[in-house]
Design a protein around this ligand. Sequence first.
Ligand code: HEC
Length: 152
Amino acid sequence: MRFVIFLILFSALLPAQKAQLPDAAGKDTVMRVCAQCHGVEIFATKGNTRDGWTEVVSQMIARGAQGSDDDFATIVDYLATNLPPHSEVKKINVNKAAAAELSAGLQISDKDAGAIVGYRKQNGDFKSMADLKKVPGVDAAKLDSAKDKIAF
Ligand code: HEC
């Protein structure tokens, strides 16, 4: 329930702070061609590869976007350069995450996740990987392999 409330609040906030496109060469062309049917905010927070953006632009041409070949080449360049794929690594904060989030996100056992939460309650926040490995019984090798996903 709390999560649902959060979602509602969050979506209510979104229109208030419309996403902006980064200032860079080609932005004016994007604004001219891509804001005819919808606002630029529907793609300003997206990220994609050059191939992915090329595909999006050809879908928009199929939907009726108007521009010259040069315009569309400029737009693909702009999008590929300024809106690259988002990093796919989702970080898990080991000082805040619940046990279920730790086990699923870091692919450690429920027992290790529970031990991490228990240790943290007693000893305060972890500051480093070395701290985290002090948790009795925890599988240090698994933590090492998840280290790119761990935030403190
Ligand atoms: C002729 C009208 C038109 C123009 C111009 C246009 N679009 Fe769209 N675009 C649409 C429509 C219609 C949708 C579908 C909206 C929906 O799915 O609710 C859409 C959706 C999108 C989406 C969301 C796709 C998804 O599934 O998440 C992106 C991204 C997008 N457009 C990017 C662009 C870009 C970049 C340009 C400039 C090259 C552009 N659009 C120009 C009509 C247009």
